[in-house]
Structure formats: C-alpha cells, structure tokens
Design a protein around this ligand. Sequence first.
Ligand SMILES: [Zn+2]
Length: 211
Amino acid sequence: MLGPNMIIACPHCGFPAKIRTYFSWNTLGAVFWSDGKQVAPMKPEIPAFVFCRKCNNLYWIKDAKEICEEKNFKSFYSHLEEPRYIEFPSFMQFPMALEIIENKKYVRIEMLYCFNNLIRKKKESEITPDMQKIHEANLYALIDLFDENNENELIMKAEVYRNLGLFEKSITLLEKLNNPKLSLIKEKFLTEIKRNNKKLFKLFGPVYGYR
Ligand SMILES: [Zn+2]
C-alpha cells in the first residue's frame, strides 16, 4: 500500500528529489533468481543509495532529510522545479560507489544485481562490451569476498563461478552443500551447469502466498 510521496534533500547540496513511501507490501507472486535476488510485483524496490542529479555525489537515502510531502512542495518552494523521483544508480556508476562505500561486498553484490536486472528485464541489448568487462572483474572480486561457511554465500559463490563458466569449481562448491532443505536448489544449479548455461536463471516462481 502506497504512502504519500516525500521530498528529500541531497545532504551534500540540498537538491530535492522525490521518493515513494509505503505503508505495507507483500511478496505475493515472488520470483527467485539464481543470483539470490527475490523480485515480487507488490514489493517495492528502493535504492539504499543514489547519486544526486545536481552535484553527482553519492548519498544514502536514510541520511537524506525529508523536507515535506510532495503535495506541499509547491507552497514552500514555488521557485523550484518539480523534483524528480530518485533513481537506482546505473551500472556504470557502481565503480564510483565502490570507491566511496566501505562495505565492498555489499556494493559488489548490488552491482551484480544491477547487471543481472538487465537480463531480468530483457534489456540485454543495453549491455556494452565495457559493461561486460567491468561485470566480469566484479565477479572475480566477489569470489574472494564470499564466506563458504555460510550456506547462502556458498550458493552465491557457486553462482559466480557458474557465471564465469568455471563449472568444475561451481560443482565442487555445490557438492559441499549437505543441508537437505537446499537439495532442490542444488539440483537446479547442477542441471544448468550440465547444460553449460552461464546465464542468470529463474530458480523458483512466481510463488503465490505470503512469506
Ligand atoms: Zn547534491
């Protein structure tokens, strides 16, 4: 359920931007992807950080001050242009984000999701050779960041190896998974590897029901 649109100010330069707010949402009809991302039609995707349209500096949404509701903006700031919605950073902005944000694992996973979103949204034609190169470097960097003792990260690492076409390494990791709850996931990955498929695939879904 949607709340009112709010106007926030860039903490660096004060430039206003618009965000959607939500009272509630659910994960009805969720799709689970091989990179670990869950996408649901009624679950909002909100960026955690953005680049300001005016000053181009990165800021975290949680650090940006709320100025007012969108409907009141004109009465307070009639001299200013109508603010535009915040946007997720583009893939090519991620190398900049990597320089600024300490938590490299977080940024690199978001960067992977950002790249894969183009596949999810059937916009692969937008992937340039430069983006492909940066994406691959990101995959190699991610290999060193995942903790194999954590089942979720082990699966993500196996996924990254698969994306790189390093199928043997991916299989070796998947074989370490012995949690019976994950055996279906393991089978699905092994099936794609048998097909020599490096690409992102739908793991489950859409799943109907509350989670
Ligand atoms: Zn700014």
